[in-house]
Design a protein around this ligand. Structure first.
Ligand SMILES: CC(=O)[C@@H](O)[C@H](O)COP(=O)(O)O
Ligand SMILES: NCC(=O)COP(=O)(O)O
Length: 242
């Protein structure tokens, strides 16, 4: 089964635009769960431009499904995650000023750092996932540092699938992800995926990646909700992930 974890960063972006509490992030998170999503993802960034550290703490008592916190494990982020103790922490190597995530970890170069951080989270009962490009060497590196899962960075798939003219192009877009997923499975790593997944591309991705445990989807899902409504969109994803 592939779980749908809805990334609610964009709900916080909308709230922050007016400085008040509309929309209420906690209410939206609860509604998304009630609509059927099996997880809530947040990705607090150092400038707190959308999710604030206080949101991450408040959501702890609201989220009853899988709570996934993503981010670059700097000192403040590590302290936050250890305090909140979500179901899962996803380590993402973002630069401070990145507009959005734009690369996976080099799990070989950062082996010692990642191994230490992962040990700390695992000792605290938090499942760990590492954001990686679809590169078998990086997947092998993720296994070596002791991660429970990888999150495949799907931007290149979404882009190449979006411009594909035929099935051959679509197959070329997914092939690196199939190879990375096979390596992950062989090494005992669970497989998550995310970034720019959408109603247009999710079915093809799911059908081609065996053992896909979770997808985290935010930007496209919230955009699609403008047209279809949040309840409908969550259920459209659930249908495509069956
Ligand atoms: C790791 C990942 O791909 C997502 O968390 C994405 O980066 C969302 O972050 P923003 O909402 O800040 O773009
Ligand atoms: N981990 C990916 C995520 O949470 C959402 O990414 P996106 O759908 O906003 O691109």
């Amino acid at each position: 089964m592939t779980k749908l974890s809805v990334n609610i960063n964009k709900i916080a972006t909308l709230r922050n635009a007016r400085g008040g509490n509309v929309p209420n992030l906690l209410v939206v998170a609860k509604d998304i769960e009630d609509f059927g999503a099996q997880g809530i993802t947040i990705h607090p960034r150092p400038d707190e431009r959308h999710i604030r550290y206080a949101d991450a703490r408040e959501l702890k008592d609201t989220v009853m499904t899988e709570y996934n916190i993503e981010g670059n494990p700097n000192k403040n982020f590590i302290a936050l995650v250890l305090d909140v103790k979500p179901t899962q922490v996803t380590l993402v190597p973002d630069a401070e000023d990145a507009i959005t995530s734009n690369a996976g970890w080099n799990t070989i170069k950062h082996h010692d750092f990642l191994k230490d951080v992962i040990k700390t989270f695992k000792e605290n009962g938090i499942r760990t996932s590492i954001f990686v490009d679809p590169d078998t060497a990086m997947v092998e590196g993720a296994a070596k540092v002791g991660a429970d899962r990888i999150e495949l960075y799907t931007e290149s798939f979404a882009h190449n699938y979006g411009i594909a003219k035929n099935l051959e192009d679509k197959n070329a877009a997914i092939q690196p992800f199939i190879d990375a997923a096979k390596t992950a499975t062989k090494l005992g790593l669970g497989i998550n995926a995310g970034h720019d997944l959408s109603l247009d591309n999710i079915k093809f991705f799911k059908e081609n990646i065996p053992n896909l445990l979770e997808v985290s989807i935010g930007h496209a899902l919230i955009c699609e909700a403008l047209y279809f409504g949040l309840d409908n969109v969550v259920n459209m994803y659930l249908h495509k992930l069956k």
